[in-house]
Design a protein around this ligand. Structure first.
Ligand SMILES: [Zn+2]
Ligand SMILES: [Zn+2]
Length: 774
């Protein structure tokens, strides 16, 4: 090359400083930048900082342009860019591209990556006899493996994870330091020579305090498979905690597990060998399959196939349910549990005592799970942060979360607007907490029902982690209005922060707005079980005109008195009695199943309470309305888990057309009067109409009255966007009908797609409301 031309090229060189924010740490982003730079002939460097990744790239104009394009278009599987700024910098003439030391910067935060399912490359190595990690249950790389569950602090680096206990062998170290290797800075990198191992102990050995010796021999998993095949119940330590596992095809084992867990009705999730096996069990959509196979690997709720002879899963897995919760294996250990096994499906339920948080430490396994499992499959890679499995559905081809936890948390929710730093402490059931910073909401994994000290302790633990990881110092705390929730007491008595009370259903609608990136004012339809109202009554069938700052309650389901408070939640027949007395006094003399199944003395007792207003509370709860109809039809009088009566009522429904009468009273403020609905249901039932048909029409009725209420608000307030939220919208039949009705009337309809419609998404709404008041 002539000298002059070279000089010219030097003059044409550009340098760009690129700052990237998003999921760019712990996901193989730096080696990807390195390889891309090498290929494009770019010099400069890349480094991790606490705000994300900084790149300086120098080269001729065309190369830099190509580099920038590839950077954004060909990301590694787990990486995601939320924000990228590109600024000119003076060329330095440096040669070569380097990965430099991480640098801590203050202020902004880097993303803490969520855990990711075993990638195809690792899976191939796991099953290749010639690979040095053949059958090694802790294989991982930059594209997969544990992240959030093993991180102690940021920046994400092996020394700050629970893998710091293991020193890499020379072969692993070489991979770790080679930018062209898939395991370059794969922080949990390990192999049978240097990494974690397994131990399998019987309940007897655990009871006798036999010390676990961790080894990497494949014989251990072969033994575990045999035990599962023989019908044993195993406590299996996984990614975010222990599961209780047994063969899902073994009716005896499943029933025994149900008995030991004292879980009489609630469905168990199952882990299924592969997608073919899922197809044999469930009606799957393309969106379901995509989620099942995604790196997040949630439990996906899908309808069971009706040709149940195609299914071999024990009926005790999901009694009274038309859906199954299914997930695919997501760790190498899970894959190996299915290798050559006689079973295609395992029950995999979170290992805990009744409502306590999931157990995650080896030393807690026996004290907490003794009596539940016959054998204990332990490993010695410590779980720093417990995380339950996520549960999702799909609606219209999109994600519709039920429980947002492993694989999703702590991925921040992009709010697309700047927010001050606040903490929202959620509600009581399905609690999650939420922190805001920059333009993000960091929603915690599922914490559980805040009804006992163990769960409250877990709440504090999760809060501590997230504040540290994301460098958040909240300036205010948002809480529910219910004075007795432990979360409210935490906010008012323990947090030491200025507190902001947020009404439950306002929070639900704000959550749905934030989920969809909406501002301004919307019509909010919040249907759920229980939420404390500003009038001290129990709300739950609410029609609001609202924005983030304020809400106006335009209407609600007409109040009905309920006898016995919490007892009414467990005993839908109490709701049925309340609605019957309210709607058609004569129904009390009809031969309804309720009067046959519930002792006459109990019925008389509650009737007296209702008549005299003793220990009754007025409620507009939609959950109790569903309970009432479920019990009137004899579907379910008493429940063993939250929402059971409504779930079984939904499962029973046919596709019959028709809508029952109802009344929309009042002018601007209205009460939705369902007395004509209940009377019509009783009449049809007495005349012999089938339960499935009545259930179908009841669902359509609630959708229709929702539409009519929204039409009324559109008239008065001129609003055309409707947000649907609250736990009742976990009912997909109701959601389907409601969305259809509203769209036909020309409304813009918004449903959840990143956070749950139930109380698991409540903290997001509280946080956004509080941040608007700051
Ligand atoms: Zn991998
Ligand atoms: Zn090694």
């Amino acid at each position: 090359m002539p000298h002059g031309c070279n000089w010219r090229n030097e003059m044409d060189r550009l340098r760009r400083r690129i700052e990237v924010q998003g999921a760019v740490q712990g996901v193989g982003f730096r080696p990807f930048v390195y390889r891309t730079a090498q290929r494009a002939g770019i010099s400069g460097y890349v480094l991790n900082c606490s705000a994300g990744v900084i790149i300086e790239a120098e080269g001729d104009e065309l190369s830099v342009a190509r580099f920038l394009e590839t950077l954004q278009d060909e990301l590694p599987p787990l990486a995601r860019i939320d924000d990228i700024t590109i600024a000119p910098a003076p060329p330095s003439g440096e040669r070569g591209f380097a990965i430099r030391e991480s640098r801590a910067t203050s202020g902004k935060f880097a993303f803490v990556p969520a855990d990711a399912a075993t990638c195809p490359d690792c899976l191939r190595e796991l099953t290749s006899p010639s690979d040095r990690r053949f059958h090694y249950p802790f294989i991982n790389c930059t594209n997969c493996g544990p992240r959030y569950t093993i991180i102690r602090d940021v920046p994400y680096d092996r020394s700050k994870t629970t893998m710091s206990a293991f020193r890499m062998c020379p072969a692993c170290q070489v991979e770790y330091e080679d930018p062209s290797n898939r395991r370059f800075h794969a922080e949990p990198n390990a192999c049978p020579e240097c990494g974690p191992g397994l131990a399998l102990l019987s309940a007897g050995e655990m009871a006798a305090g036999v010390a676990a010796i961790f080894e990497t021999s494949p014989e251990i998993l072969a033994r575990a498979r045999r035990l599962l095949e023989q019908g044993s119940i195993l406590a299996v330590k996984g990614l975010g905690g222990f599961h209780l596992a047994c063969s899902a095809t073994d009716d005896r084992a499943v029933s025994l597990l149900r008995e030991r867990k004292r879980r009489s009705g609630k469905a168990f999730a199952i882990m299924v060998r592969d997608l073919d096996a899922v197809h044999r069990l469930c009606e799957t959509s393309a969106a379901d399959c995509k989620l099942l196979q995604s790196a997040r690997r949630p439990i996906v709720l899908m309808r069971c196939r009706t040709d149940r002879n195609a299914s071999t899963v024990s009926p005790s897995v999901a009694p009274g349910n038309d859906s199954l919760g299914v997930m695919l294996p997501y760790t190498p250990l899970h894959h190996l549990l299915f290798e050559g096994s006689a079973y295609d499906a395992l029950v995999m339920t979170s290992a805990n005592l009744s409502e306590e948080p999931i157990v995650s430490r080896n030393e807690d396994a026996w004290p907490r799970l003794g009596g539940l499992a016959d054998y204990f499959l332990l490993h010695n890679r410590d779980i720093q942060t417990r995380v339950d499995d996520s549960v999702v559905r799909t609606f219209e081809g999109h994600l519709y979360p039920v429980r947002r936890s492993r694989g999703f948390a702590p991925d921040p929710v992009d709010l697309h607007m700047p927010v001050p730093e606040v903490l929202a402490c959620g509600g009581e059931l399905k609690n999650t907490l939420c922190l805001t910073k920059d333009r993000y909401a960091i929603l915690s994994p599922h914490i559980g029902d805040l009804e006992n000290l163990e769960t409250m302790e877990f709440f504090r633990e999760v809060l501590g982690h997230l504040k540290r990881f994301f460098r958040v110092s909240p300036k205010a705390i948002a809480h529910d209005l219910h004075p007795n929730y432990l979360s409210t007491r935490y906010a008012l008595e323990e947090s030491g922060l200025p507190a902001v009370g947020v009404q439950h259903h306002h929070a639900h609608i704000a959550s749905c707005m934030a989920d969809n990136g909406l501002g301004g004012r919307v019509i909010g339809v919040a249907l759920d079980g229980t939420g404390y109202g500003t009038d001290g009554k129990i709300w739950g069938g609410e029609f609001l005109a609202c924005g983030f700052d304020t809400f106006d309650r335009r209407g609600h389901l007409r109040y009905v008195p309920l006898a016995g408070g919490d007892a009414a939640v467990r005993q839908p027949w109490r709701s049925a009695l309340a609605y019957l007395r309210d709607s058609c006094e004569a129904a009390v003399n009809l031969p309804l199943p309720l009067f046959r199944d519930i002792p006459e003395r109990d019925v008389r007792f509650v009737t007296t309470m209702l008549a005299r207003g003793i220990q009754t509370v007025d409620t507009s709860s939609c959950g109790r309305l569903f309970d009432a109809v479920s019990s009137i039809l004899g579907v379910r009088h008493e429940t063993t888990y939250e929402g059971q009566a409504a779930i079984e009522l939904e499962a029973a429904a046919s596709d019959a057309p028709g809508v029952y009468p109802f009344e929309l009273g009042g002018d601007e403020f209205f009460a939705l009067d369902l007395r004509p609905t209940i009377a019509a249901i009783v009449k049809e039932f007495a005349a012999g109409t089938s339960v499935p048909d009545i259930s179908a029409r009841f669902h359509r009725t609630v959708a229709r009255l929702t539409r009519d209420a929204c039409l009324r608000i559109r008239e008065s307030d001129g609003l055309t966007r409707v947000c649907l939220s609250g736990g009742t919208f976990q009912n997909l039949r109701l959601l389907r009908h409601t969305v259809d009705e509203l769209r036909e009337s020309g409304f813009g309809v918004f449903v959840h797609h990143r956070v749950p419609a139930n109380d698991g998404g409540l903290a997001l709404g509280q946080a956004v409301i509080a941040s608007h008041l700051q």
